[in-house]
Every structure is written in structure tokens, then in C-alpha cells.
Design a binder for this molecule. Structure first.
Ligand code: 26V
Length: 820
């Protein structure tokens, strides 16, 4: 197959061609948005050819394939990433320049595809990039939400307001509608067992909805491999009800079409709290049913016996959200393929894999039995059957242990009874893994302890998360990436796909010229961030201060409160100093960004506090030279790409044992920012890799947490006694230093009363860690050395390593190369 010509002349020709034909506009009168669209369409031509060839090869060679089922894919922008992966950035830069445009301005016109909440969705996006780059036959399956994560606005009082994210309002050049690929998905209705000596049942009636495929091309880095992300859109099976329409009942006529379209209309904006809402359950089933139908159609085309499914298919469950794939696959094998129970269960058990992403109890999914019975009556029967056989086996292994049966059951007793999705995911899967070593240990010793005792330890593993160095180094920090290439005399096509090579920059930590270049790049990245803040918020930032960044979803367990209380403590300390003494203090600019779930009151109050602390501090003539605070609204992947390369330090300060992994910690360290953190999640492995002398650890350890919480409840120590510095900070807030103190009482009370996340226990050591940071920052040479040494040792955290672990240890998947 002939490729697209990629010399500058051909690129400008293709660009102009798309302006005139695809966009039906005049090249002489084109704005940046139009130019972005033309460039995107022209790049897309390359992707489509590679995509076609990749899919053709997969069909021809019929390798085992893996399917990554995720309700969230937080892709961010595509154009820059595609240009870099195709190795065409320079040509396009020249090409659009010849036509009077700047590539940076065009890249900036693209809207983020923000179909995710945070780390879990961004991880899925990194894994797609790595799968394609490592030439693995992996497809993603998700939902094509009409609205992604909400846009965040901040009111003058400092409150978070939410606005919709109509990301598809402009044409999306990165998706290919496949109106011919569609499946019917049923909800509600009746399930009746056939009682013919088989486990079969018939499921009829109810609502039928159409799932229509949209394909997103996923290019690998310097390879032809271009994988697929298939997103489903819901549509009514029939347009509208003509009978109602003719009878003049127009609302009634479109009712069913509205309810079908609603399924994929919006991403649920909460993570870590379950609500048990019917629409969310419908999203989960709609997506798993369509994906499985598609996967099995492809398998059937191979003409292999159904029992060979595990030889050709691996299905990875990204958290429990797609757990219905387990009863759905059972339903298909039993009701449609007429397999007996044990054969079907054996297939499921060798095909499905489950990754857990949190041990927080409030985030473990449970569905009320009455709701499940109503929406998915056949699946509820199957779940009861799975549970019966499972509990019989448990009883056999642990006779008479009723407590154990109660703990392990798929059904939690109560009003209403609930289906425990993590238990179902666990027993239906071949392997279960956590996302960092500590987290995987916690999975094994806490939430799934009984299952380890029953099934044996070998089913339970760990794959520490990773990040793609393409987006999170080469794309977001091009100068650093160029410096590394130049210094190592190694092509990017090599080291970006073999990140352990970074270690070779280690000796250059001793090279003064290299350090100077390194420091200059960090400085320019700080200026780029300052420019962004200037143009978006109209605020001027001191780029010679230390940049201290905490960017992530707002959550009590992530402890943005600890950070802002620490800032206030620093402010009070500065205020109490003489002007002379202040001059010796390290200048610090503290950045926050992140969204709170719309119904998460305490998280929203934390935003309000941060914004109001910023308002007071940034205007205080005594201190503003030394300490300022910024809350950047509407955090996104693209905003992260500007913030991360500019950081001197970043904060990952969750209560020990609560952050499963964290992935932004890896992004900062890969960009030469140092880590301030607790002994939690992947922070631990980062410290092991880069050396503990290059991170700033503080706080209590995981095994202490339970005892401390017990103490808080039964032997509380007054906060004035336990932590006077913190008590003073809380009092200042109450007294109104940052506006009406009463507003913050509910937030302050979470700390004064139960303090579930151990702010009072960790505050003093947190302040001490920040003092160590100040001390270390005084020696600029040593600081840069730390920064270089950190980057050098980050190879392990490439998502290439992580995805290869899944491919080799779990999926038994081999790379497939696509002919040049
Ligand atoms: C849970 C729920 C519960 C129901 C409502 C909607 C919803 C949406 C998402 C989730 C998943 C929560 C788990 C999660 O996001 N975990 C994060 O996963 C990251 C990738 O492994 C990891 O780095 C973070 O530490 C972990 O918090």
C-alpha cells in the first residue's frame, strides 16, 4: 500500500486541499481554528492508512488480542501527539509556516478529549499509546460521551461552578463513525429459565437500544502500528414512535428515543463514591454488552471452536466498572451458544482479568439487587447462580465457617441487598492485580484477603502503573527531550521506547555545562507557565521563586487541605518575621489545580479556602514577594502539560495507604521536579528508584493508620495540645482571616473532630519536610544534580514497561509487526 507523501511541499498541498474540499473554505481567508482542522485532517490521512494496514494484518495473522475495557479514556489533545509519533512535527511546522500559520497556535486550538475523571482514565490513555508503540494487538473499548468531564469555573467568592463540556461541538477529526457497526442491547424485560435440564433461560421484552461504533486511531511511536479505540454511542432502535406522533402525542413519541440517547450523554463526574444510579448501571451494561458482541463477532469470523476463546482473547477490566462482562459472557455462552455451566465458567475464567484501582471502601462498587433485577433480570439470575456454586466451594474448603461465607458472598445482606462487584470481578477473573506494590499488598491483605486464602496467592499480582514518555516528556517538555537526545547521542525513536536508557545521563550530573542547560530549560518552562497564567488569568508570577505544585482531583484523602494549611502556617511565620529576616526566606509560588465532584461539599469548600487564601496572600505587601498562591481553574490534561515541566517540587501527600498509585508523581519526576510525599502508592517505588535522598518523605506509615484512627475516636487529644501550630492556623481561619470564618467550619470540623485522614498527626512532619526542601534549595548546584539524578532513574515508570508486564505475565500476548 502506498503511503502519504510527507515532504513539506506535499504537506502544504494536502493542507490546502483539505481547506478547499473537506472544509469548503478559502485558504486565503482562514482562521487558526480552520487551519488546525485542515492540519488535523491531513495528518489523519496518514493515520488512516496505517490503521487500515494494521487492522488488515491483525485479521490476516489472527494473533491473540487483548481488549482494554475502560469507562474512561482521558486522551487530551491528539494533533501534537500524532505528529510526534509519526515523526512529522518538523515538516508540519515548516509547512504551516509557509502558509502563514504557527504550529503552536494551531495546536492550541484543539479541545481536549476529556472522557475521564483523573488517573484511572489517563492511565487507560497511556496504555493505549504504549500498546501501539510496542506493537501489541490491543484495542480499547469505551463510551463516546457527548459531554466529557464538566468545565470548572470559579465564582468571585471562590466557589466551584460546573458548566457542560460540549467537546463535540466542533467537528472531531479524530474519530471515524462506523454507522454500519452496531448492536442491539436489551434492558429490563423478563428472564425465564427454560428448565429443560440445561442452565438456559430466555430474556425477552423490555427496551432495546442500538450501540453504534466510533473508532479513534491510536498511533504508535515511530512504528506503523496504529491500534483502535472503539467508543459506543447509544441510539434509539427505531427513530420515534409513529403511533404516538400521529395521535398528536409528540412528547410521548420521542420519549423512548430520548431515554436511549441519554445513556451515552454524559460522563459521571464522581470518582471514589458510588451512588447506585440506574443510568450509570445502564451505561456499564450498554458498553460491556456492545463490546463483547463486537469481540465475539470478530472471534467467530476466525471459525475456531468456542472453547478456544481464551487462546484468542484477553479482556482486561479497568476497575469493576465493566464487571458485567462476566455474567454477560456467561449469558452468551449458555443461552446463545448452549454450553454447559462448567465449560462456560472455565472460558470466562481464562479470558477475563481484573485490575483494582482503590481500596477506599466508599469507592468499591455495589449495586442494589432490586435495581439489578429490574434492569438486567437475566444477569441477576446468573450472578445468583455464580454465587451459589462459589459459596458451595468455599463451604467445602472451610466447612462451617459461616462468617467467612457472609464476608465472601457476592451478595451483601441488608436493605436492600447489594451485589459486590469487586468480589464478582475477582472470582470471574484469571488474575487480579493492584497498581503499585503497596497497593497490591493492601488488596491481598484487606479487601480480598479471604479470596487469597481461598484461591491461593498466585492469582494475585501487581503491575505498577506507568506513564507514556511520549506525551509526558517529549511532547510537554520538548527542550528537555532534545537535550537528552543530544547528550546521549541517541535518537528519540530509541530512548523514548526504551526509557531505561535515561540512566545514561547520570554522569552528566557532574557536568557544569549540562547542568546549566538543564537549569535554563526549567527556567524557560517556568516562564511558559507564567505566560499561560498571564494570558488566561491576567496575573503576573515571579518566575524566580520555587514552583511548588499540587494538581489532582480534590479529595479529602489526597489532603489538599494539609497543603493549604501548611501555606497559611508559612504565611503566619513570615508575617511574624522582621523585614530583614524575611529577605533570607526562600521565595515560593504554590499552584493548585483540580476539580471536585459536584456533590462533594467538603472538597468544594477546600477549593473555596484555597482561592481565598490566595486572595489575601497575593495582596499582602509584607509577604507577597515571598509567598503567593494560585488556583488554576479547569484543570485538564493540556493544563498539566504546561504545569508539570515547570515544577521544582510537587506534592503527593495522601494519607498512607489511601492513594493506590498516583501517576502524576511519575510525570513530575520524569520532568525533573522533586517529590514531596507520604510513604504511599507509587511514591515508594519512585523513591526506591531515584534514591531516598532525592525525595522529601514525611508522615505516618500505613500500618499506623488504623491505630491512629482508633485513638482519634476513643482517646482524642485536644488539637491545641497535639499540634499547637495547626490549632493556631485553624483558629485564624475561624476568626475570619480569609473571609467569613463560619463558612469554613464544616471543613475545619472534619479536622477538629474525627480527622479521618490524619491531618493532625502528619502536620508537624509535613512542615519539617518543607523546611528540608527550603534548606536543600539553597544549594542550587546540588538541587540541579538531584533533578538530573531523578530523571535518570525514572525508566521503570514508562507505561511501556507496565503494558509489557500485562502482555507477558497476564495476557500471553505477542507483538505483531506491521510491514513497512
Ligand atoms: C470509581 C467510581 C465509583 C462510582 C462512581 C464513579 C466512579 C468512577 C471511578 C472510580 C474509580 C476510582 C478508582 C481510581 O480512580 N483510582 C485511581 O487509579 C489511578 C490509576 O491506577 C491511581 O493512580 C490512583 O492512585 C487511584 O486513586
Amino acid at each position: 500500500m502506498r503511503g502519504v507523501d510527507t515532504d513539506v511541499a506535499s504537506i502544504t498541498k494536502s493542507f490546502v486541499n483539505h481547506v478547499q474540499t473537506s472544509l469548503a473554505r478559502q485558504a486565503s481567508n482562514l482562521d487558526d481554528l480552520g487551519a488546525y482542522q485542515a492540519a488535523a485532517l491531513s495528518v489523519r490521512d496518514n493515520l488512516i492508512l496505517n490503521w487500515n494496514e494494521t487492522q488488515l494484518t491483525y485479521t490476516r495473522k489472527a494473533p491473540k488480542r487483548a481488549y482494554y475495557l475502560s469507562l474512561e479514556f482521558l486522551m487530551g489533545r491528539t494533533l501534537d501527539n500524532a505528529l510526534l509519533n509519526l515523526g512529522l512535527k518538523d515538516q508540519y511546522k515548516d509547512g504551516v509556516q509557509k502558509l502563514g500559520f504557527s504550529i503552536e497556535d494551531l495546536l492550541d486550538k484543539e479541545r481536549d478529549a476529556a472522557l475521564g475523571n483523573g488517573g484511572l482514565g489517563r492511565l487507560a490513555a497511556c496504555y493505549l499509546d504504549s500498546s501501539a508503540s510496542q506493537e501489541l494487538p490491543v484495542w480499547g473499548y469505551g463510551l463516546r460521551y457527548k459531554y466529557g468531564i464538566f468545565q470548572q469555573l470559579i465564582s468571585p467568592e471562590g466557589n466551584q461552578l460546573e458548566a457542560p463540556d460540549p467537546w463535540l461541538d466542533n467537528q472531531n477529526p479524530w474519530e471515524l463513525p462506523r454507522l454500519d457497526v452496531s448492536y442491539e442491547v436489551r434492558f429490563y424485560g423478563q428472564a425465564e429459565r427454560l428448565n429443560d435440564g440445561t442452565p438456559r433461560a430466555s430474556w425477552t421484552g423490555g427496551q432495546e437500544v442500538l450501540a453504534v461504533a466510533y473508532d479513534v486511531m491510536i498511533p504508535g511511536c515511530y512504528t506503523k502500528t496504529t491500534n483502535n479505540l472503539r467508543l459506543w454511542e447509544s441510539k434509539p432502535k427505531r427513530g420515534f414512535d409513529l403511533n404516538s406522533f400521529n395521535a398528536g402525542n409528540y412528547e410521548g413519541a420521542v420519549e423512548s428515543s430520548n431515554s436511549a440517547a441519554a445513556i451515552t450523554s454524559v460522563l459521571y463526574p464522581n470518582d471514589h463514591t458510588t451512588f447506585g444510579k440506574e443510568l450509570r448501571l445502564k451505561q456499564q451494561y450498554f458498553w460491556t454488552a456492545a463490546s463483547l458482541a463486537d469481540i465475539l463477532r470478530r472471534f467467530r469470523n476466525l471459525g475456531k471452536p468456542i472453547t478456544e476463546i481464551p487462546d484468542y482473547i484477553a479482556i482486561q477490566l479497568n476497575d469493576t466498572h465493566p464487571t458485567l462482562a462476566i455474567p454477560e459472557l456467561m449469558r452468551i455462552l449458555i443461552d446463545e451458544e448452549d454450553l454447559d455451566w462448567d465449560k462456560a465458567w472455565n472460558i470466562v475464567n481464562n479470558t477475563v482479568f481484573y485490575t483494582n484501582h482503590t481500596v477506599l471502601p466508599e469507592a468499591l462498587e455495589k449495586w442494589p439487587v432490586p435495581l439489578m433485577e429490574h434492569v438486567l433480570p437475566r444477569h441477576m439470575q446468573i450472578i445468583y447462580d455464580i454465587n451459589l456454586f462459589f459459596l458451595q466451594a468455599v463451604e467445602k474448603k472451610f466447612p462451617g465457617d459461616r462468617d467467612r461465607l457472609g464476608r465472601m458472598s457476592l451478595i451483601e445482606e441488608g436493605f436492600p441487598k447489594q451485589v459486590r462487584m469487586a468480589h464478582l470481578a475477582c472470582i470471574g477473573s484469571k488474575k487480579v492485580n493492584g497498581v503499585a506494590e503497596l497497593h497490591s499488598d493492601l488488596v491481598k491483605t484487606t479487601i480480598l484477603k479471604d479470596f487469597v486464602e481461598f484461591e491461593g496467592i498466585s492469582k494475585f499480582g501487581n503491575v505498577t502503573n506507568g506513564i507514556t514518555p511520549r506525551r509526558w516528556l517529549d511532547q510537554c517538555n520538548p527542550e528537555l527531550s532534545d537535550l537528552i537526545s543530544k547528550t546521549l547521542k541517541v535518537e528519540k525513536s530509541v530512548w523514548l521506547k526504551n526509557l531505561d536508557k535515561l540512566e545514561e545521563i547520570l554522569p552528566f550530573a557532574e557536568d557544569a555545562r549540562f547542568r546549566k542547560e538543564w537549569a535554563a530549560i526549567k527556567q524557560r518552562n517556568k516562564e511558559r507557565l507564567a505566560h499561560y497564567v498571564q494570558t488566561t488569568l491576567g496575573l503576573t508570577i515571579n518566575t524566580h521563586a520555587m514552583f511548588d505544585v499540587q494538581i489532582k482531583r480534590l479529595h479529602e484523602y489526597k489532603r489538599q487541605t494539609l497543603n493549604i494549611l501548611g501555606v497559611i502556617h508559612r504565611y503566619l511565620t513570615l508575617k511574624a518575621m522582621s523585614p530583614e529576616a524575611r529577605k533570607k526566606v526562600n521565595h515560593r509560588v504554590v499552584f493548585f489545580a483540580g476539580k471536585a465532584a459536584p456533590a462533594y461539599y467538603i472538597a468544594k469548600l477546600t477549593i473555596r479556602l484555597i482561592v481565598n487564601v490566595a486572595r489575601i496572600l497575593n495582596a499582602d505587601p509584607d509577604t507577597k514577594e515571598y509567598l503567593t498562591v494560585y488556583f488554576l481553574p479547569d484543570y485538564s490534561v493540556s493544563v498539566a502539560e504546561v504545569l508539570i515541566p515547570a515544577s521544582d517540587i510537587s506534592q503527593h501527600i495522601s494519607t498512607a495507604g489511601t492513594e493506590a498509585s498516583g501517576t502524576s508523581n511519575m510525570k513530575f519526576c520524569l520532568n525533573g521536579g522533586l517529590l514531596v510525599g507520604t510513604v504511599d502508592g507509587a511514591n515508594i517505588e519512585i523513591a526506591e528508584s531515584v534514591g531516598e535522598s532525592n525525595v522529601f518523605f514525611f508522615g505516618h506509615l500505613t500500618p499506623d493508620v488504623e491505630d491512629l484512627r482508633y485513638q482519634h475516636l476513643y482517646h482524642p487529644i485536644p488539637i491545641e495540645e497535639k499540634c499547637p501550630a495547626l490549632a493556631n492556623v485553624l483558629n485564624k481561619i475561624s476568626e475570619g482571616m480569609f473571609g467569613d470564618g463560619g463558612v469554613y467550619e464544616p471543613l475545619l470540623n472534619t479536622i477538629r473532630q474525627i480527622d479521618h485522614y490524619l491531618i493532625t498527626d502528619d502536620f508537624d512532619s509535613y512542615i519539617a519536610a518543607l523546611a528540608m526542601v527550603d534548606e536543600a534549595y539553597l544549594d542550587k548546584t546540588e538541587w540541579i544534580k538531584k533533578s538530573i539524578r531523578t530523571v535518570a532513574k525514572m525508566g521503570k515508570f514508562s507505561s511501556d514497561r507496565a503494558i509489557l508486564e500485562y502482555a507477558e505475565s497476564y495476557w500471553n500476548l505477542e507483538a505483531v509487526s506491521i510491514a513497512k
